[in-house]
Design a protein around this ligand. Sequence first.
Ligand code: 5GP
Ligand code: ZN
Length: 113
Amino acid sequence: MDCVFCKIVASEIPADVRYRDEEVIAFADINPVAPTHLLIIPRKHIPSLAHLPDAETPLIGHMAKIANQLANEEGIFESGYRLAISCGEQGGQEVPHLHMHLVGGRQLAPTLG
Ligand code: 5GP
Ligand code: ZN
């Protein structure tokens, strides 16, 4: 499958991987918008949040749990951070493989979009 994030999961292209387990991996965004900018993604190819099967909804909770853990490791657990999932064209999703952004390490803008 010609999916850049599937290729990162398969170690076919390099990434700065910070976490991995049976369900998800997390790695540094190649174009960070803040001092901390990590992406948490499922190993399984799910094109977007809108494609998440009902049976897979616990995956989002797991991704949020790992994001909290990584925020702690990054030293931003107390100062605050943002989790974001872009979905579809007008949602600004560029990579069609479900991913959660973990962004922090500076004061973020109060608005989304
Ligand atoms: P989206 O706009 O789809 O929510 O976010 C996609 C994110 O993936 C962007 O922040 C972009 O910088 C990041 N990204 C795209 N291609 C790569 C890549 O090959 N490696 C890494 N580490 N990040 C990527
Ligand atoms: Zn994929």
